[in-house]
Design a protein around this ligand. Structure first.
Ligand code: GLC
Length: 425
């Protein structure tokens, strides 16, 4: 079993809890065409402002969100305090481009933090390093004005240090006005040049100063890896990919968290059709924990302030499965044993969990486990599974003596992914 080296942030609760909710919410919920809509469609700030003037999520009820997250088995939530568009979900003293100046007129983050904590969840904030609204953010490859004919002129007078200071001020607000456990900064692209416009990395963000400020205010907060710094991050964050082995950095295993979407877009996207199936959703969670990682699964709320039906249905998939199988996720990690055909393993001490992806006929063969197991049962209903030890089966299946043979019902149990629990001696 692998154990990453400790870092400064407190990841002990994090690697136990394994499953969190990402929330991408901002003005982009109105156009409902991806959170990058302003960049993709090169929408000028004065045009994008129409969404700011109409942002009014009167149905926002963070208690409902928190309940849905808790019921889905999620133990923490990370919400966008500001995404690349630059719009702030709290009453920041350093900008007018914030929720309190929209028709809604109220801070969104205070009630969010309260509601999620009341449901027993930990809270983190995503904070975008990129900002397409700030007047001192130099136009670059991703900026909506990158193809403007006067881009050089528009960039004159934009002073990156002033923007870097703005970020420090805002991060200071977030870390002093709210009590949070994770800060998720996004993202750096130092090598990405475009028509003579340089990308941005730690020199531009002044990441060293930002990092010092964060550690000063919250020494043990969990900080992710997107500030373009050489220091070890608390968590590494593969995005929209599923690692098939423990994530390593410079050859060393690290604490990691895959972030994923239900449908391919982070922000609410009305016409996106690539919603994942129940089997995919559950397998993504298992695959992650089987490789020693966490899963941060995203919901993009609507501009009314609700989770739409498709998101609720996806959350219900997790709710139903996690209600019966949470023990095979929380506190679990990668196992040193070899997974049988079509299976994944997760392990918590002497409890070894076999997640069966394709239901076999009658027998499951577990190499290296003969004589090591005291008891076997299904996790969903606690029903005993008997061990097949007769010479007859071993002979017919041509297994070695170190293989444990389980006798399974012919029919797959009625859960998305059945889990068999082995109690090790
Ligand atoms: C990205 C995207 C983004 C999303 C994030 C989540 O880097 O820019 O829209 O917030 O990944 O990991």
């Amino acid at each position: 079993m692998l154990t990453p080296k400790p870092t400064q942030g407190d990841t002990e609760w994090f690697v136990h809890d394994r499953f969190g909710m990402f929330i991408h919410w901002g003005l982009y919920a109105l156009p409902s065409r991806h959170e990058w809509v302003q960049s993709r469609e090169e929408i000028a700030p004065e045009v994008y402002r129409q969404y700011f003037e109409r942002f009014n999520p009167t149905l926002y009820d963070p208690q409902q969100w928190a309940k849905a997250a808790r019921e889905a088995g999620m133990k923490y939530a990370v919400i966008t305090s500001k995404h690349h568009e630059g719009f702030c979900l709290w009453d920041s003293a350093y900008t007018d481009y914030k929720v309190t100046n929209t028709p809604y007129g109220k801070d969104l983050l205070k009630p969010f933090v309260e509601a999620f904590k009341a449901e027993g969840l930990r809270v983190g904030f995503y904070y975008s390093l990129i900002d397409w609204h700030h007047p001192h953010f130099p136009i670059d490859i991703f900026h909506p004005l990158r193809n403007h004919p006067d881009v050089a002129k528009l960039n004159k007078g934009r002073e990156m240090p002033r923007y870097a200071e703005y970020m420090r001020n805002q991060v200071q607000e977030l870390l002093t006005q709210f009590d949070i456990d994770i800060l998720w900064c996004d993202f750096s692209y130092p090598g990405r040049h475009y028509n003579g416009l340089p990308g941005k990395g730690h020199n531009d963000w002044e990441s060293e100063k930002l990092y010092a400020l964060i550690r000063d205010l919250k020494p043990r907060i969990i900080l992710n890896n997107r500030l373009d710094l050489p220091v070890a991050a608390d968590i590494y964050t593969p995005e929209q990919v599923q690692p098939i082995e423990w994530v390593k950095v410079n050859g060393e295993p690290v604490v990691w968290e895959a972030c994923q979407t239900f449908s391919g877009s982070w922000g609410y996207h009305r016409d996106e059709e690539t919603w994942k199936s129940p089997g995919q959703l559950i397998r993504m969670l298992i695959n992650t924990v089987a490789c020693g990682g966490n899963l941060l699964m995203n919901v993009g709320p609507t501009s009314r302030g609700t989770f739409d039906r498709r998101a609720l249905d996806s959350l219900a998939v997790y709710r139903d499965w996690m209600a019966l199988h949470g023990e095979a996720i929380y506190g679990c990690t990668q196992s040193a044993y070899e997974a049988p055909q079509d299976c994944r393993l997760t392990q918590n001490g002497k409890r070894l969990f076999v997640h069966v992806y394709a239901w076999p006929f009658k027998h499951l063969l577990l190499k290296g486990l003969a004589d090591k197991v005291a008891y076997v049962c299904f996790l969903h209903d606690g029903s005993e599974i008997t061990l097949k030890s007769s010479d007859w089966a071993t002979h017919q299946l041509q297994t070695g003596g170190d293989t444990l043979i389980l006798e399974l019902p012919v029919k797959k149990p009625d859960v998305v992914v059945p889990v068999i629990e082995l109690e090790l001696k």
